[in-house]
Write a protein that binds this ligand. Structure first.
Ligand SMILES: Nc1ncnc2c1ncn2[C@@H]1O[C@H](COP(=O)(O)OP(=O)(O)O)[C@@H](O)[C@H]1O
Ligand SMILES: [Mg+2]
Length: 372
């Protein structure tokens, strides 16, 4: 899929942007703090996901203005579609999003229409950072191909918060232990579903990412990505989340109730799981070098893009924010060759990026405006 038209106004420092991107390559070049990442973020929001920069609602509108608007036209295999995203002060929590002119209940309903994969320098955290970063990555990736997953994952998080509150109240003698039952039954069912989907996704991710890692390391190193469950010993080959897996999940919660009451929070469950990366058998998080972390993150993101393309039948739009300049020439070549055929938006400080022979457009960005 590719973006055919993009208009942005009043999103952070961006002003009166109206562009007709090239179906292949688009380079956005400018000095620091001119609005390059803001532009990538505006495109990203149209996929229905919260900001990858974790921008607060208030921060999305130009501090000197009152409204912001994003209009993105994209073409997939079937047809051309339009996403609009508008906000106005003072009701910054209220986001007016439309798909093809039809108002949506919330931005998350945009999910599953315009797909993109964003690469940023912070992706390093996928390899280096805490399990939470990888859970977020998994949840987002699974949601992109299975829209109903996002709602379950969100509901699960709410329930865990409520269960944790109850645990504290039980410890204080304000609530009864048997009140846990209703929460645990619901959590078990959702947790089993989340475990299974994440596990299956991680398996696919592993097969693609490890092949890519073979290439990027010139066959010298082996990458393995494994889903680590705090609840299940074995998820391989299991399907029946409604009965089998739910009962096992419930038993796990029940067995841990006493410990959980003592701790004041739920210690086992998908909110504590991880996606562990191993390089030549050693945990990447513990042992990898900076360069290895970078390679792990890159192949995870590329694999995410490939899965998305395979599952939806349409390649996502690739957003590379300040990424290439951090890579050595051979890794740059590698990334560029792997996203061939997809529409790419890439930001950089100078226009010497390795895209020789590829057709595209070069935009200069200054003070939130496209100047050429
Ligand atoms: N809500 C906002 N209103 C106006 N300007 C903003 C807002 N949020 C961020 N900015 C400005 O955006 C600029 C940073 O944009 P960014 O896209 O990160 O730059 P870069 O080109 O380096 O990627 C800064 O000048 C910052 O002051
Ligand atoms: Mg930037």
């Amino acid at each position: 899929m590719h973006i055919t038209k993009l208009c942005v106004n009043g999103f952070k420092n961006l002003k009166n942007i109206e562009i007709y991107p090239h179906p292949s390559l688009n380079i956005f070049c400018g000095d620091n703090a001119q609005g390059k990442t803001n532009l990538i973020e505006a495109v990203w929001l149209c996929s229905g996901v919260k900001s990858f920069r974790k921008t607060k609602d208030k921060g999305m509108i130009d501090i000197n203005g009152d409204t912001m608007s994003i209009e993105l036209h994209f073409k997939n295999k079937q047809r051309e579609q339009i996403v609009t995203y508008n906000m106005a002060k003072p009701n910054v929590r209220e986001k007016n999003c439309k798909l093809n002119g039809v108002k949506l209940k919330s931005p998350s309903k945009l999910f599953g229409n315009f797909d993109c994969v964003v690469f940023t320098p912070e992706d390093l955290e996928l390899s280096k950072g805490s399990p939470e970063v990888r859970r977020e990555f998994l949840d987002l990736s699974v949601s992109q191909i299975k829209i109903s997953y996002a709602e379950v994952a969100e509901k699960y998080d709410q329930l865990i918060e409520q269960r944790n509150m109850l645990l504290k109240n039980i410890a204080l003698g304000k609530s009864q232990k048997d009140e846990l039952e209703v929460w645990d039954i619901q959590l078990a069912r959702m947790g089993a579903y989340i475990s299974l989907l994440r596990y299956n996704y991680a398996k696919k991710l592993n097969s693609l990412a490890s092949a890519l890692y073979d290439e990027i390391s010139g066959g010298a190193e082996k990458l393995e990505l494994k889903y680590y469950s705090t609840v299940f010993n074995r998820l391989e080959g299991r399907q029946d989340y409604k009965n089998d897996l739910s009962s096992e999940y419930l038993a796990c919660l029940e067995n841990n109730r006493q410990e959980d009451i003592k701790a004041g929070f739920t210690q086992k469950g998908v909110h504590r799981d991880d996606l562990t990366a191993f390089i030549n058998g050693l945990s990447a998080r513990g042992f990898a070098s900076q360069g290895q972390h970078r390679s792990v993150a890159l192949v995870m993101k590329l694999a995410q893009a490939y899965i998305l393309a395979e599952e939806t039948g349409d390649a996502p739009c690739i957003l590379l924010d300040d990424v290439l300049s951090e890579l050595d020439p051979s890794r740059q070549e590698f990334v560029v060759s792997k996203i061939d055929g997809m529409q790419v938006f890439i930001t950089c400080c100078d226009d010497s990026v390795p895209f020789e022979g590829r057709r595209g457009k070069l935009y200069k960005i200054k003070n939130g405006r496209i100047i050429s």
